[in-house]
Design a protein around this ligand. Structure first.
Ligand SMILES: *[C@@H]1O[C@H](CO)[C@@H](O)[C@H](O)[C@H]1NC(C)=O
Ligand SMILES: *[C@@H]1O[C@H](CO)[C@@H](O)[C@H](O)[C@H]1NC(C)=O
Ligand SMILES: *[C@@H]1O[C@H](CO)[C@@H](O)[C@H](O)[C@H]1NC(C)=O
Length: 279
């Protein structure tokens, strides 16, 4: 028996499909923190990832602004859009946005192009949030810790930073947004925030039970349209990922789409071994 070009083509195709599965299907354990710095989010710049549009940014008075506008945290005119804030779907599920950092082991050395505008389900693993989940879109990047997977949840009044971005955007004192590293202290303090940010500030004390640093298991999920409607950003690989996760067959290779990653690995090894033996 000799390897035919058809065999080799099949092997290559299997590798391509396998590589595709691994690169899209990130999961693991993560730390979470909170932030709301009012700055233009990092995934709001062109060329960060393969997407239809980068994450939308806003003027100081919360109107959409050009993707080329510089961040208000460095003298520019673009700020975070207030609508990119968390909200409860029900008692155990909330939607929102996060600054993400995934370690090299997970993304193989890739950085923002791996996560910008992808959505992740966070299943909380610490009290008081055990049993609750969030689905967040990566609208920003959390570079300041790079030794662990981290999702810094975008929560108005949830944490101030050294940059006075919120004071600049709203023309009010930065102290309205609370203490450094903690944010506002009580639900009542949320009343002092600009009106567009109050309900999400209160969400932290209601749905999130004022938890600090809850841990979570994360996995990539297809972005809900209610979330992408608020950023305008959809990854080009989200439709491929949707097909993989739904097990929906493509017309060309219906059997492959139904294989699990493990089955596929065995198939690739078997095909590779067969090729080696026959060469
Ligand atoms: C607030 O942000 C800083 C900087 O990223 C971080 O070190 C701190 O842990 C955050 N605090 C909370 C409560 O998430
Ligand atoms: C919350 O909503 C999700 C998504 O619609 C649903 O799967 C889940 O069962 C709901 N949970 C509760 C407690 O209603
Ligand atoms: C599979 O694809 C068909 C046609 O594109 C679609 O109507 C159906 O909802 C998909 N099924 C799942 C489980 O996503």
């Amino acid at each position: 028996m000799t390897p035919t070009s058809h065999n080799l083509f099949l092997i290559l195709e299997l590798f391509v499909v396998l590589a595709g599965c691994i690169s899209l299907d990130y999961s693991g354990e993560a730390l979470t923190t909170r932030y709301w710095d009012c700055c233009k989010p990092s995934c709001g710049w062109k060329g960060k990832a393969s997407v239809n549009n980068p994450v939308g940014s806003c003027t100081a008075d919360e109107k959409p602004i050009s993707l080329d506008a510089g961040t208000g945290c460095k003298g520019g005119t673009a700020f975070a859009c207030s609508k990119q804030q968390p909200w409860a779907i029900n008692d155990t599920l909330s939607y929102g946005f996060a600054g993400v950092y995934l370690t090299q082991e997970i993304v193989g050395g890739a950085t923002e192009d791996a996560w910008c505008c992808a959505c992740y389900q966070l299943d909380f693993t610490s009290e008081p949030l055990r049993g609750k989940s969030m689905i967040v879109q990566a609208s920003n990047t959390a570079y300041d810790i790079n030794t662990a997977n981290r999702f810094t949840l975008a929560i108005p009044g949830g944490n101030t930073t050294s940059v006075d971005g919120c004071a600049t955007q709203y023309g009010i004192s930065q102290s309205v947004f609370g203490q450094d590293r903690q944010g506002v202290a009580t639900k009542d303090d949320c009343q002092n925030l600009p009106e567009s940010l109050r309900s999400a500030c209160q969400w932290r004390f209601d749905w999130l039970e004022d938890a600090s640093y809850p841990s979570a298991n994360f996995k990539r999920v297809v972005c809900p349209s209610e979330i992408t409607a608020k950023t305008g950003c959809v990854r080009n690989d989200d439709s491929t990922f949707a097909e993989q996760t739904s097990g929906n067959a493509t017309q060309a290779k219906p059997s492959l789409a139904h294989m699990t990653r493990a089955t596929l690995g065995v198939a690739v090894s078997a095909a590779g071994l067969a090729a080696l033996l026959t060469i």
